[in-house]
Design a protein around this ligand. Sequence first.
Ligand code: G6P
Ligand code: ZN
Length: 543
Amino acid sequence: MPLHTLSTTPIAGQKPGTSGLRKKVTLFAQPAYLENFVQAIFNAVPGLSGATLVLGGDGRYLNERAVQTILKMAAAHGVARVLVGRMGLLSTPAASHLIRRYGAAGAIILSASHNPGGPDGDFGIKFNTANGGPAPEALTDAIYAASQCLSEYRISDAPDLDLNLLGEQRLEAMRVTVLDPVADYAQLMQTLVDFDAIRAWIDAGHRLRLDALHAVGGPYAIRLFEDLLGAQMNSVRNAAPQPDFGGGHPDPNPAHCPELLAAMSGPGAPDFAAAFDGDADRNMILGRDCVLTPSDSLAILAANAELIPQFKGRLRGVARSMPTSRAVDVVAEALGFDCYETPTGWKFFGNLLDAGRIQLCGEESYGTGADHVREKDGVWAALAWLNLLAVRKQSVAEIVHAHWARFGRHFYSRHDYEGLSVQAGEAVMQRVRDQLPSLAGSTLAGLRVRSADDFAYTDPVDGSVSQGQGLRIVFESGERLVLRLSGTGTEGATLRVYLERYVADPALHGQDTQQALAMLIAAGDVLGGIRTLTGREAADVVT
Ligand code: G6P
Ligand code: ZN
């Protein structure tokens, strides 16, 4: 089949955000929108010709069509081999593993993560590098720059491949291997957590509920929890990936999973539950009558790392993103391992993981992961938690309460103001930024400020500096307030206000989170003038 070089012109705005290029499907469906961005990847990433590439996505609307297009463009760029998930499906952590397992030069992953899908939803595309992790900023900047000076793209006009057929096919001179998306990943999981202990715990009558939210986590969860660990059939709900995620919002947090929360309350509820997002890298963990914050989940995994084979005798360091609560810092301090604070975005963990400085990391945005891949990993997090339950022989709530009793509790909540105009979002940030130099020593809603700054990060491995990563205000009595604008939205601006308060006394650990944070919420409003500048009386989403 002939290869074509088609002329094109740059399309404005193809700038990758926190996690790749995410835009409305209606934009991606425009002529050459996807092709231009993929061409920019081939122009900006060195060494793809002659190399192996991993390809797949979360199954959302446009996924399969995009896979077919990218295969044809890869063939036109001399890629030697593409490993593609059956039906074009791959979870983000599974893609990360495949890169590492098969020595690929990188992956093109199609996902807008937890954003809704379908014809009116979002689509996304990102490039991961040879270490398995998201492209660093220098590379995404280069891809963007390439997208802004294109004059042509190259593509084969070979017919579509049959992506349902496992095994080898050819597209021009390129080998295409259609893989079972789950097999390699499932094998890896069995080397990390104690499957025998979990199996015995399930055999003893414990019940699980996993919610894949109609996204790509379904096939992974069925294989691992039902087939390999013996959980009852139907333990995995909403398991078939749908192009529109069943019309839902595939974001595993209390606001978007009311059904799961209801199923986990009361004496008849299962012992453990987890939900995963669109591309199965995020997770939410629940026990009976107990919803965990991701910050606590990270701290508890760190405190119990010795019980998980993956970490036994080798946990040297942990990391969290800046807005994530400092619960894990307290554990690291007490148990004597290093703790790093990075900007928001999984890519910042990559260097620390590659250098062996950390083995475990997490973010408040329902991301938890470790050094087995270079992405956060939702299914892995659920397995690691089951490992703890099985070995400690305690319920989720018992483990959480024992943790707080030992280390103290970090009450934590995030208030999101979604769909603001860009001006309103920036006005709040600017108002706080302007006050930063004079805040220390002043009092806000009865709380005295100890320090205030705009978070900047110097990567300890390569020395690169990232500025402007969020405004943080720490109070004398240990509370902390963080404000930043989301980097993953596709419309307007989303203001995130992160609230955290440390309470050592176990007698006070039973308070309601929003009540425990009430003074801090008021301080945030005074400081940011949020109600006045956004016209909103309250946050749209509280997690
Ligand atoms: C993606 C990244 C995460 C990051 C999150 C932040 O999910 O993979 O690493 O924490 O975005 O999103 P935000 O909307 O707060 O910028
Ligand atoms: Zn995701």
